[in-house]
Design a protein around this ligand. Structure first.
Ligand code: AMP
Ligand code: GLY
Length: 423
């Protein structure tokens, strides 16, 4: 088979590596890819939002399967023109990707189908939002309805902060159109867990759990980022939690979408909060998490291409997902200053240390190639993943491996996976 992967970050590197393990695959292309993905794929210079060019490329090269990585093209509806051209593609159509594309949609869906989530109200008018906020309980959460690069959520401790938030989103339009409608949500406390699942329209099969660290600095301080590190599995995701989610959340979400005429095929990512009252859905994404994929996929035993095909064909019920009985930790190496401002173009040394080291991986996120050197080209530069027999061993291995890499202004959190010490 010939496979095309759309995207060019750490997540797509992890997907490409997994696809390269498949017995069924002869050739992989990646658009636009990155310097690390080149090990597995021929990278082509087409952007993820250039749907016409991507479809033409897939037709011309007779691609057998296209896998979409990022949220933007999915929410923008990339799957529909691929299907219209008779091409096989893994990911939800536009009318189902709205699960991630509109928080108001996903909240209304959960309410209608009684899927456990925080109480909320939706506003399209800033005055109405402020009138509501004047009599609300604090803290409270403000969310831009649309995609906002993971920055569209504000936790407000006071009415003043909430008013500033409304101004930022709805009047200053800091997040563009994404903020023209907002969701105001009850503040919840608890542990967060990410559960990713394959879905074929009817059947859902969850993968092993993971936990992300979204803040830039140790102790979960500093600004929100795209993710500074992950571990898998989450020791807080117990059998009891899994049973609850199976009964009230996972299948219920797939069935709700089907009943609304929005059959979902692809990945549903459940952002869960384990509250005192039980698990609640914080958010849905319509794709693999980044950097969740970098810890979940290396532990997967199945041929991922077979699973992608089963989702497209509606035969996922015949697949048993299997994960290794071990653990993995990913530590993101960023450029100092991320997510605000940082320098690029620093030469990266030590990448070759990962060659043929079983259980150690270096996934490229913001890198580029100049002549024969690999240089930094983004805020999050690399994700260093290591496996271990348990979480503590995996964490020790991952931090050891971060030392193999060197570039100027290298920065990482030192407490990825610290939560596991509390178990
Ligand atoms: P989201 O993009 O919706 O996952 O939100 C980003 C982060 O904001 C989450 O990972 C949580 O840490 C936090 N968050 C979102 N919604 C809530 C909520 N209702 N209560 C408390 N924290 C929240
Ligand atoms: N790691 C969180 C996300 O991918 O949205």
């Amino acid at each position: 088979m010939k496979v095309l992967i759309v995207g060019g970050g750490g997540r797509e590197h992890a997907i490409a590596r997994q696809v390269a393990q498949s017995k069924k695959v002869d050739k992989i292309y990646c658009a636009p890819g990155n310097a690390g993905i080149e090990e597995y794929a021929e990278c082509i210079n087409i952007g993820v939002m250039e749907f016409d060019k991507l479809v033409s490329f897939a037709k011309e090269k007779e691609i057998d399967l296209t896998v979409i990585g990022p949220d933007d093209p999915l929410v923008g509806g990339i799957v529909d023109p691929f299907e219209a051209a008779g091409l096989r593609v893994f990911g939800p159509r536009k009318n189902a990707a709205i699960l991630e594309g509109s928080k108001a949609f996903s909240k209304d869906l959960m309410k209608k189908y009684k899927i456990p989530t925080a109480a909320y109200e939706t506003f399209e008018n800033p005055d109405a939002a402020i009138a509501y906020l004047e009599q609300a309980q604090y803290p409270i959460v403000l969310k831009a309805d649309g995609l906002a690069l993971g920055k569209g959520v504000l936790i407000c401790n006071t009415l003043e902060e909430a008013k500033d938030g409304v101004k930022l989103m709805m009047l200053d339009m800091q997040f563009g159109e994404a903020g023209s409608r907002i969701v105001v949500e009850e503040f919840m406390t608890g542990r967060e867990v990410s559960v990713l699942a394959f879905v074929d329209g009817k059947t859902i099969k969850t993968m092993t759990s993971a936990q992300d660290h979204k803040r830039a600095e140790d102790g979960d301080k500093g600004l929100n980022t795209g993710g500074m590190g992950t571990f898998s599995p989450s020791p807080f995701y117990t059998k009891e939690v899994d049973d609850f989610c199976n009964q009230y959340i996972y299948q219920a979400t797939v069935d709700a979408l089907a009943l609304e005429g929005r059959e979902f095929k692809g990945i549903i990512f459940f952002g869960l909060m384990l509250t005192e009252k039980g698990p609640r859905v914080l958010e849905y994404n319509a794709r693999f998490g980044d950097p969740e994929a970098q810890v979940v996929l290396p532990r997967m035993k199945n041929d991922i291409v077979e699973v992608f095909e089963a989702c497209i064909d509606g035969t996922l019920d015949s697949i048993d997902l299997e994960f290794e009985d071990n653990a993995a930790v990913c530590v993101v190496l960023a450029s100092k200053g991320y997510p605000v401002s940082y320098e690029k173009g620093k030469v990266i040394k030590g990448l070759e240390s990962f060659k043929e080291k079983e259980g150690y991986y270096v996934f490229h996120a913001g890198t580029s190639k100049t002549e024969d050197k690999i240089v930094t080209n983004g805020g999050r530069v690399l994700g260093v993943t290591a496996k271990g027999i348990d979480l503590k061993q995996a964490r020790a291995n991952a931090y050891e491996a971060t030392k193999w890499i060197d570039f100027s202004n290298k920065y990482c959190r030192s407490d990825i996976g610290k939560a596991i010490d509390e178990v």
